[in-house]
Design a protein around this ligand. Structure first.
Ligand SMILES: Nc1ncnc2c1ncn2[C@@H]1O[C@H](COP(=O)(O)OP(=O)(O)OP(=O)(O)O)[C@@H](O)[C@H]1O
Ligand SMILES: [Mg+2]
Length: 361
């Protein structure tokens, strides 16, 4: 029963993503049956949401029961190794439970561990990211920050631990159950530590490439370049134009990125990420290589797009001024472990952080 529910939930959830894609396509497409199709999809989505809701309640009861069971087992178990296993299962269930109960929580890392041979790049790391916040991850070189990002986006499969995420419909999923290319469908998008653009394509085309996950035309439509696809491209082009304008990139839209100032390249990356309709964006060192005024402008841009597109943002950054300026909360890491978590003020005055990261007094 428990597992059936889990499979069914995951199936419904994937179906929901497909319906959502279709619906956003019709919204863009505006064909003659648009209103009718949208109403039909809306109905299907609502029905599916209801089913998911019911199943989620059942799963929540199952989880609650297991939590109680584990708590009493832990009290009576004497064997240390068994106790440790039970405690870790309990923690993981509680992390999932917290996302199910508190709509404010969006992402929860539970005992995340990533080993490379003998090296623990991420070591038993847990934290929660709230919806709508800018969350900073800081730490010295090699602390494991990029590895955390790679474990969230499933670029790496974590050795141990879970990454719970609440999708657009309030369902809690474990990202480690997903493949790297499906993560984008859940509304999670990232930029990389080094600028990764297609250098031979114009800025506009770079954005259109970024929107590939929105394309719903099938293989044959694309093969024969049928009118439907032409229409899709026009609509995506309009969306790209809107994003380009809101990031102040209009003068560069037909240029190739090669040779453009670094500050502009970083903005193009952000624009490309926005093309995928994300809820959560993950930025790896967005200010690296920028001068002071470009960094200030970037800080402003990040805050602006967060509000305009209703985003949650996690970022890794070495520029402390930027981090302290824009982050609501910060997690400081050292040797793969969590050193401290809190507001910028709390992190700045934390003794451990000062010693490990800021080099002490
Ligand atoms: N694919 C890999 N194989 C082996 N070791 C790796 C791999 N990726 C990362 N590491 C190691 O894991 C540790 C953490 O690396 P990571 O890149 O996550 O650090 P970081 O905090 O992002 O550092 P930086 O601030 O320099 O970007 C490092 O010791 C690194 O050498
Ligand atoms: Mg890194």
């Amino acid at each position: 029963m428990k597992n059936n529910n889990k499979v069914l939930l995951s199936y419904y959830n994937q179906r929901l993503v497909r319906l959502e894609k279709k619906s956003s396509y019709y919204k863009l497409y505006g064909g003659k049956n648009q209103a009718k199709q949208l109403a039909r999809l809306e109905k299907q989505i609502t029905r599916l949401e209801e089913k998911i809701n019911q199943l989620t309640q059942v799963r929540k009861q199952v989880i609650d029961k297991r939590i109680l069971e584990l708590e009493s087992l832990i009290k009576t178990t004497e064997l240390e190794s068994t106790k440790k296993e039970l405690l870790s299962e309990l923690d993981s269930l509680k992390a999932r439970e917290s996302l199910l109960t508190d709509q404010k929580h969006m992402l929860s890392l539970s005992h995340l561990t990533m080993k490379f041979g003998g090296l623990k790049a991420v070591d038993d790391l847990s934290f929660v990211v709230n919806r709508g916040e800018i969350f900073g991850l800081i730490g010295p070189n090699g602390a494991g920050k990029t590895t955390v990002f790679n474990c969230i986006t499933q670029f790496y499969k974590p050795t141990f631990g879970a990454v719970y995420y609440t999708n657009r419909h309030g369902e809690v999923v474990n990202l480690t159950d997903y493949k790297v290319h499906n993560i984008i469908d859940l509304g999670i998008a990232r930029t990389f530590q080094n600028v990764e653009l297609v250098w031979e394509l114009s800025v506009m085309d770079n954005l259109l490439v970024g929107a590939h996950s929105l394309f719903t035309s099938g293989f044959f439509t694309q093969l024969f370049h049928l009118p439907k696809m032409k229409k899709e491209e026009t609509l995506l082009r309009n969306k790209a134009l809107e994003i380009i304008e809101s990031l102040g990139l209009t003068p560069f839209k037909d240029m190739i990125p090669y040779g453009l100032p670094y500050g502009v390249l970083k903005k193009i990356e952000l624009a490309r990420v926005l093309m995928t309709n994300p809820s959560l964006i993950i930025l790896d060192e967005p200010a690296a290589g920028l001068n002071d005024s470009e960094t200030k402008e970037l800080a402003h841009t990040i805050k602006e797009i967060k509000n305009k597109y209703n985003l949650t943002i996690i970022l890794v950054e070495h520029d402390m001024e930027l981090v302290m300026d824009i982050c609501d909360r910060i997690c400081a890491m050292s040797f793969g472990q969590r050193l401290a978590i809190g507001t910028p003020q709390e992190i700045q005055s934390n003794k451990d952080v000062q010693v490990a990261y800021l080099g002490g007094e």
